[in-house]
Design a protein around this ligand. Structure first.
Ligand code: HEM
Length: 488
C-alpha cells in the first residue's frame, strides 16, 4: 500500500512537472529542451552559467523568432529578441510592464524599500519626488564635494584596481551625501561578502529569487545580520548628512505626504484618484540603500571592466589624455562638471566597455496588466519578461565585429543611437536613476588616473579574464593587478 501511494505520488509529480514545463508549447512559443524540475535553470543553479549567458545562448538558438520561452525552474519567462517589442515593453506600453519582479529582496532587509524593489504607484511617487537629486546642478555640487574631500592617493607601482576603485566609489558616494563612511575597511569587507558569496549563500539567493514563499518560510535573507547592522549605521549616516538629499527629504515632509494625481501618475490607468504616501524613515533609508547596494558595486565593477580594457591599450589612453588636456585648457585648468561632461571620447570608452561587459546583462519586467502582442500572443498579469541586453549589445546585426573593443564606434553617435541596442542602464521610465552620477564618477577617476599615469596590466594578472561564478552582478574573478607608471 505504501509503495502504491509512493508510486502515485511520483506519477503525480511527474505529470505536474510535465504540465508546468509545457506552458510555452501550449502558447505556441518556441522553447528549448528542458530538464525535469529545473527547466533551463540547472546550469544557473549549479553556478556553471550566469542567467545572462543562458539568455544569450538561447537568443542565438532562436534567431528566427521575435521572442522565445525560458523556464527558470518552473517559472515561464518570455525573452524578447525583437527591438520593436523591446521598445513597446520598456516605453510605449510601459503601464503594462511597470514593475520589476521580486528578484532577491526579502521582507526584512532595508533594501525592501529601495526604488528598484518598489512597484506600482509608490514606486512612481518615489521616483518622481527624488528625480531632482540627480539634476545637473546637484551633480555639480557632488563633484565639488568629491574633489574637495576624496583624496585620490596614487603612486607609481602596482595597485589592485578592484579594491582601489571600490574604495573610491564608496568615498564618492559618501561625499554625495556630504558625510563619510566610518570604518571603511570593515565596510568594504562586509560589502564583498554581500556580492561574492559562498555556495550556500548562492542557494539562498536562488530561493529568494525563485521560491520567495519558501524563502519566507525558512527565513532566507538578502542581507544577513550583522551585515544589516553595518548598513543600518551607514544608511543612518548618509540619510542624516548635511546634503541636498536631506534638504529634499525635509522639503517633501514639509509639503506633507507625497501626493500624486492618479491621472498623471497611476502607472496602471488614468483614474481621477489622488494617492498619498508618507515619506517614512523606512522609505528614506530604503532609498539610500539603493545608492549603497545598487550604486556602489555596480559602479566599481563597471570601472574595473574599463580599467581592464584601457590598461591593455596605450593608444586609447593617449587619446583620453589628449582630450583631457584640451578640455582642461578650455576651462582654465578647472576640474568642473562641464569640463568632465565635455570628455566625449572618454564617454565613448565607458559606453564601449559597458556594451561588451555590462554589470547587469539583462533587464526584466513583470506584466502588470494583461497584454496582447501584435501577433496575438497574450501575457497574463504576473508573467515575467526579460530583455537580454548583453545579446543585443554583442549582436553583429547591430555592432560590426561586436567582440572588438572600439570606442570610435561611438563617435558621432548621440541620441539617434537610442534604438534599444545599448541598455547597460536600462531604458524607459524605470531606467537607472543614478546613471548620471555613475558616469560622472567613472569619468572623473579615469581622467584623474590618466592625467598623471600610464596604465598597464600587471604580469600577475592571468588572461583570459574570468567572471566570478557566484554573484548577481557580473564581476571580474580574483584581483585585477595594474601597473601605474608616472608620466614624464
Ligand atoms: C555603472 C553603474 C550602474 C549601472 C550599470 C546601473 C544599472 C542599472 C540598471 C540596469 C537598472 C535597471 C534599469 C531598468 O530596469 O530599466 C538600474 C536601476 C537603478 N539604479 Fe542603477 N546602475 C548603476 C549605478 C547606479 C548608481 C550610482 C545609483 C544611485 C546613486 C543607481 C540607482 C539606481 C536606481 C534607484 C534604480 C532603480 C530605478 C527604478 O526602478 O526606478 N544606479 N541600474
Amino acid at each position: 500500500m505504501v509503495w502504491l501511494l509512493f508510486g502515485l505520488f511520483l506519477a503525480l509529480l511527474y505529470f505536474y512537472d510535465k504540465y508546468k514545463l509545457s506552458y510555452w508549447r501550449r502558447k505556441g512559443v518556441k522553447s528549448a529542451e528542458t530538464v525535469p524540475f529545473f527547466g533551463h535553470w540547472l546550469p544557473v543553479f549549479l553556478a556553471k552559467k550566469f542567467a545572462g549567458t543562458t539568455y544569450k545562448e538561447f537568443y542565438w538558438q532562436f534567431k528566427d523568432e521575435r521572442y522565445f520561452g525560458v523556464y527558470e525552474y518552473h517559472r515561464p519567462t518570455l525573452v524578447l529578441r525583437d527591438l520593436k517589442l523591446v521598445q513597446d515593453v520598456l516605453v510605449k506600453d510601459f503601464p503594462h510592464f511597470s514593475d520589476h519582479p521580486n528578484w532577491l529582496f526579502d521582507g526584512k532587509s532595508y533594501a525592501r524599500h529601495s526604488p528598484f524593489r518598489e512597484n506600482g504607484n509608490l514606486w512612481r511617487a518615489i521616483r518622481y519626488k527624488f528625480t531632482p537629486t540627480f539634476s545637473a546642478s546637484r551633480m555639480t555640487l557632488a563633484l565639488r564635494r568629491i574633489l574637495s574631500s576624496v583624496s585620490i592617493d596614487l603612486k607609481e607601482g602596482e595597485i589592485e584596481a578592484k579594491d582601489f576603485l571600490n574604495r573610491f566609489s564608496a568615498y564618492a558616494l559618501a561625499a554625495y551625501f556630504a558625510t563619510e563612511i566610518r570604518g571603511m575597511d570593515n565596510f568594504q569587507h562586509i560589502m564583498r561578502q554581500q556580492f561574492i558569496v559562498s555556495p550556500l549563500r548562492y542557494l539562498e539567493f536562488q530561493i529568494l529569487e525563485h521560491f520567495p514563499k519558501l524563502g519566507k518560510l525558512i527565513g532566507a535573507r538578502f542581507i544577513h545580520e550583522p551585515l544589516n547592522k553595518v548598513y543600518e549605521q551607514v544608511l543612518g549616516d548618509f540619510a542624516n548628512g548635511p546634503s541636498e538629499f536631506n534638504e529634499l527629504v525635509a522639503k517633501i515632509r514639509k509639503d506633507g505626504a507625497m501626493q500624486l494625481n492618479a491621472k498623471d501618475f497611476d502607472v496602471s490607468g488614468d483614474r481621477a484618484e489622488v494617492f498619498k504616501f508618507d515619506l517614512s524613515d523606512e522609505l528614506v533609508h530604503g532609498h539610500v540603500s539603493q545608492f549603497v547596494l545598487g550604486g556602489l558595486d555596480t559602479t566599481s565593477n563597471a570601472m574595473a571592466m574599463v580599467a581592464y580594457e584601457v590598461a591593455k591599450r596605450p593608444d586609447v589612453q593617449a587619446k583620453i589624455r589628449a582630450e583631457l588636456t584640451a578640455s582642461l585648457a578650455k576651462y582654465g585648468g578647472q576640474w568642473t562638471y562641464e569640463m568632465i561632461r565635455d570628455l566625449k571620447y572618454l564617454h565613448s570608452v565607458l559606453n564601449e566597455s559597458a556594451r561588451i561587459k555590462p554589470v547587469l546583462p539583462f533587464l526584466f519586467r513583470v506584466v502588470t496588466k494583461d497584454y496582447t502582442f501584435d501577433d496575438g500572443l497574450t501575457l497574463k498579469k504576473g508573467d515575467k519578461v526579460v530583455i537580454p541586453s548583453i545579446a543585443f549589445q554583442t549582436d553583429p546585426a547591430y555592432y560590426e565585429d561586436p567582440e572588438e573593443f572600439r570606442p570610435e564606434r561611438w563617435e558621432n553617435v548621440n541620441e539617434t543611437r537610442n534604438n534599444f541596442t545599448w541598455l547597460p542602464f536600462g531604458d524607459g521610465p524605470r531606467q537607472c536613476s543614478g546613471m548620471r552620477f555613475a558616469i560622472l564618477e567613472m569619468k572623473l577617476i579615469f581622467a584623474k588616473i590618466l592625467f598623471d599615469y600610464e596604465m598597464t596590466l600587471s604580469e600577475k594578472f592571468k588572461e583570459p579574464l574570468k567572471y566570478h561564478p557566484r554573484t548577481f552582478l557580473t564581476q571580474i574573478d580574483g584581483p585585477l593587478y595594474i601597473n601605474l607608471k608616472k608620466l614624464k
